[in-house]
Design a protein around this ligand. Sequence first.
Ligand SMILES: [Ca+2]
Ligand SMILES: [Ca+2]
Length: 292
Amino acid sequence: MGAYAWDVPEGLWQVKYEKEGYETAYSDWLPVPPPQLDVNIGLISTEKPTVLSASKISNGVAVTFSQYMQPDTLKEITVTDAAGKNLDYELSYATDETAPDGTVYAKVFTLTVSGGTADSVTVPGTAKNYAGTSIDKVAVKVTDNTEKKTVIPDGIENTGKVTVEFGSPAPIDGVLTVLYDDGTTAQTTYKIGDMSVSSQISTKKVKSVEISAVALPEIKGAYITAVFYIPGDVNGSGEVTLDDAIQVLKKAMNVDMGSGEFNEAAADVVQDGNITLDDAITILKIATNVAV
Ligand SMILES: [Ca+2]
Ligand SMILES: [Ca+2]
């Protein structure tokens, strides 16, 4: 909002706040002296909210508004398929943005649709922004705003870390595709907003990684971090050896291992969420080239 300064003679003073597109607001009458600092109030927009986009996501649609909206007023939204049939959906939204009084407002709403493919979203005139201003009823066509980025991570043969910025912190599904140099691919899904993705890759050489996500307008700053590793390479040395098997065995037996690197995801090669003797034996087999 910016800052301002004032230096006035003694008396009673009032601050008037004017900004195009906002209602004019006034502070309380303030006695000076004492110095009055932090005379700040929230300005209320006089403009009606609008729908900026209705973006296709893997299981529905993400609707972005131009202003913060009251979530309770969005329950009358209708979603239709290409034939005009109404589809059931569940509404969700981030709850981390609140007004000073604790009320939750959001700009991006995820509609998880069942029973068909969303083609159009209609927002009724009962939908209101944070100030209680209603939207004009509007029907918006669902569009595919998926953005793809290809990255070549550093040190992919060992532990590769990739950070990619996207346009939305909303919890929306994305797809991460690993391309191997023999032409094969592997895919894993994630939710943007999870901020961190671990993707187990095979010992095949990785050429590049393509990350795709829905780019939403108005909101910036989200990112995901993908960490790659070779299954069984718990110490991050770049290969699976007897050392790795011994470390996993110690972990499975609860033996103190000191403070060296230990990648628990890489250790759980028999993927059951626990590090056990099974994992140690499997890593031993990988290290000694015995068929697993
Ligand atoms: Ca190793
Ligand atoms: Ca395991």
